[in-house]
Design a protein around this ligand. Sequence first.
Ligand SMILES: C[S@@+](CC[C@H](N)C(=O)[O-])C[C@H]1O[C@@H](n2cnc3c(N)ncnc32)[C@H](O)[C@@H]1O
Length: 227
Amino acid sequence: MNGTTTTRTDETEQIAKYWNDIAYDFDAIYTGKKNPISRGLDRWLRRDIYERYEWVMRQAGPPDLTGMKICDIGCGSGRFVASLAKRGAQVTGVDFAPDMLKLGAQLAEKEGVTDRCKFVLSDVLDWKTNEKFDLVIAIGFWDYVADPLPRLQVIRSLTKTTFLSAWPRAATLRAAIRKVRLKADGCPVYFFHLAQVEDYLQRAGFRVDSREILGQLHCVKSSVVAT
Ligand SMILES: C[S@@+](CC[C@H](N)C(=O)[O-])C[C@H]1O[C@@H](n2cnc3c(N)ncnc32)[C@H](O)[C@@H]1O
């Protein structure tokens, strides 16, 4: 795992701690390692977590991704990293919660794709790299970003072709409930209207190719605008 020095605001510190503390519980949404009632509630109330995963797997390209370089921003426990690596891609996951990255590294090992996976401990804002990626994804990430433009500009600088992102929708009942729940847990959360998302993406140098609503999310496929 590569480490970098991060410049953090108080809020990013708080968000990193929140995710680090619940890394195992978050991953259990994928593994289903929890009691049957909680598992059933996940399948019902968190359906869009599974749907956004399937959306990325469909949009990433053909079944064989050999030769592609992919970057997953806010990769969490590495579910996307390992799956895309299993399809042959070289995948770098970036996250600022160390325990999430430990789970990601364990998963890569279990799936036999360690040689195609790299994990970087950093906020994307502070990540110093000259690498470029054919595909960049940021899923379940914007929820925790108060001001998306600076991070989107970094993502644009990393992206050769395509950027897949999922944004939590503003002005839904679930958004209001989630804001109260996460605030009580010490984690700020943000929501976005589609017009805002498109405006951010365009200002960062992306063209929106397609968008769809999946549950509580705007899922947007965009591509770089040549400069
Ligand atoms: C809801 S989890 C999503 C993980 C993964 N993308 C998925 O969908 O399974 C959000 C992840 O984003 C990470 N994260 C949030 N803000 C971040 C930031 N500014 N820099 C790096 N990682 C961040 C958190 O640590 C957490 O692991």
